[in-house]
Ligand binder design. Structure first.
Ligand code: G4P
Length: 530
């Protein structure tokens, strides 16, 4: 079902999406199965970091140290059902919400994974709200149906009420927990049976002609069959029917039930993405909307990852292609610096391997190794001075001052901090008065991760200490007014890594006062990255 007939086939077959979920719902397991079906990996188990304490702090840092894992998982491409899937990873930890928001600017759809026993959890809800802001189409996968889970109607009601979105069942589970047999495919009138003997085996699919087909009784015990018939009848009466347009507009989410670990329901979900999911969508810029089918190549950086290879101080900028057909070696214009940039070694991430990307179409994600020129929000074009909009940078919610244990290392520390700032991992402020730096993050755990990375990647042990400030606001306004403001508030002023002026304070009262006393200035909690 091609939802944008004007697109050339190469673009129309692309599906670029992210998975949103609460930790533990099964995102990693589902990703693994996607790659398995996409032929990108031979055996499940290659994506996941081993060990039961995966998500503990120390392990998280180990994962960060072992850059291989997070890197290959940042963006992955694979083929399925004649479609090219680009799966962009959203960092799992709730502390990294800002990074996650930015990731969601690079995708056309999201898969929401929920745990059948737990329903909609806090992190899912937060991420859902971000998707809603952008009207992203959402496809839902209710996981862990092989365990005791909630009643199907209850799960659907909870999503509808909690997230205010219509939910259309694409499949209907038969039995729960130990009795879970498989699903009735409501869109294709098929019976999908789970194989409990081999977790990697694709489910058996039985074509039937509706719920009255006598074949059903051969596969489903009588008591479950009666319940299935009754429930499906009720669902058809009471719940919205699937409608592709409503999905694409973000008003309705189809839900598939399954068990990622048993490879069950995953293929149907993938078919759902390829059949009904959005093709690459137009992107917004300050001057105009960029259509994916435009001939000229354009793209924007939504993520920068540094030190992927500790031996080289290189970085990879992840670029979402917004339009055109990119060929390796092309000379593009780096709009912020107005300099030409020959993109000769772009990489495409095929599961755990990096490969040179010979070509890329609108919708694809490529990685461009560089020495720091490319920053989050930067545009690459064939000459047009575009500025993509909607890539947010948030005011940090926690501020701490940082210093090197060895004062001789202060210069090195500055370099390390600037790099993390460019990567978007933290905000770094250099106060106008005094030495040292103030680092701002969105979640407390980030301080620990930063300290660990600075020590490992730069060999500088550092200490974070509480700062006298708790809030940061970017100051904007006519130059002479800004200058007057800075002069009168030196003790509160700092600049960020782009050189922009920032007002630091402890009190909301201060912010209110500035807004009252300086009506020509705006104190902004966010700054659009460009
Ligand atoms: P996440 O990335 O969303 O945090 O979740 P992840 O895939 O790591 O899954 C979290 C836990 O849930 C894992 O168990 C995983 O094996 C389990 N799981 C995933 N899908 C299913 C499913 O369909 N059914 C059942 N019963 N469990 C599932 P763990 O014990 O934390 O890790 P591990 O020891 O299995 O590696």
């Amino acid at each position: 079902m091609n939802n944008r007939p004007e697109l050339p086939p190469e673009i129309a077959r692309r599906r670029t999406f992210a998975i949103i979920s609460h930790p533990d719902a099964g995102k990693t397991t589902l990703t693994e199965k996607f790659l398995l079906y996409g032929g990108a990996i031979q055996m499940a188990g290659q994506v996941r970091a081993k060990g039961e304490a995966r998500r503990t702090r120390s392990d998280f840092m180990k994962m960060e140290q072992d850059r291989g894992i997070s890197v290959s998982a940042s963006a992955m491409s694979f083929d399925f059902d004649g479609h090219r899937f680009n799966l962009v990873d959203t960092p799992g930890h709730s502390d990294f919400s800002e990074d996650t928001y930015r990731t969601l600017t690079a995708v056309d759809a999201a898969i929401m994974v929920i745990d059948g026993a737990k329903g909609v959890e806090s992190q899912t809800r937060k991420l859902f709200e971000v998707c809603r802001l952008r009207d992203l189409p959402i496809l839902t996968f209710c996981n862990k149906m092989d365990r005791e889970s909630r009643d199907t109607f209850e799960i659907i009601d909870e999503i509808q009420e909690n997230l205010a979105i219509d939910v259309a069942p694409a499949s209907w589970p038969i039995g729960v927990g130990r009795e879970f047999l498989g699903c009735y495919d409501m869109l294709n009138d098929r019976l999908e049976l789970m194989d409990r003997t081999d977790r990697n085996r694709v489910a058996e699919s039985v074509k039937i002609s509706g719920l009255d087909d006598p074949q059903l009784a051969q596969h489903v015990p009588e008591n479950l069959l009666a319940k299935l018939r009754e429930e499906v009848e009720m669902a058809r009466e009471l719940l919205p029917a699937f409608d592709q347009r409503s999905l694409l507009e973000g008003h309705l989410t189809p839900i598939w039930f399954g068990s990622a670990i048993n490879s069950f329901g995953v293929r149907e979900l993938m078919k759902g993405i390829s059949t009904y999911g959005p093709a690459p969508q137009p992107q917004n810029s300050a001057s105009r909307e960029i259509a994916p089918e435009e001939k000229a190549v354009t793209g924007f950086v939504f993520k920068v990852q540094a030190n992927m290879d500790p031996k080289h101080r290189d970085r990879v900028a992840f670029v979402r292609m917004a339009s055109g057909h990119f060929l390796r070696g092309m000379k593009l214009t780096h709009v912020r610096t107005k300099k030409p940039m020959a993109v000769s070694n772009p990489v495409l991430f095929l599961a755990s391997d990096r490969e040179l990307a010979e070509e890329a179409w609108a919708g694809d994600i490529i990685g461009i190794p560089n020495h720091g020129q490319l920053r989050i929000g930067d545009a690459l074009t064939e000459g047009e001075a575009l500025r993509f909009t909607g890539i947010p940078s948030f005011a940090p919610e926690l501020l701490q001052s940082v210093r090197a244990a060895d004062p001789m290392k202060a210069k090195h520390l500055e370099k390390a901090l600037m790099q993390f700032a460019e990567e978007g991992a933290a905000k770094v402020f250099k106060p106008a008065i005094g030495s040292g730096f103030i680092v701002g993050v969105v979640g407390a755990l980030q301080f620990e991760v930063l300290a660990s990375r600075i020590e490992i990647e730069y060999g500088i042990p550092v200490r974070f200490e509480s700062s006298q400030f708790t809030s940061a606001r970017w100051v904007q306004g006519p130059k002479e007014k800004v200058d007057a403001f800075i002069n009168a508030n030196k003790g509160h002023m700092a600049h960020d890594h782009d050189g922009d002026q920032v007002y630091l304070t402890r009190l909301q009262w201060d912010i209110d006062r500035v807004e009252r006393d300086y009506p020509d200035l705006t104190l902004s909690a966010t700054k659009e990255m460009m």
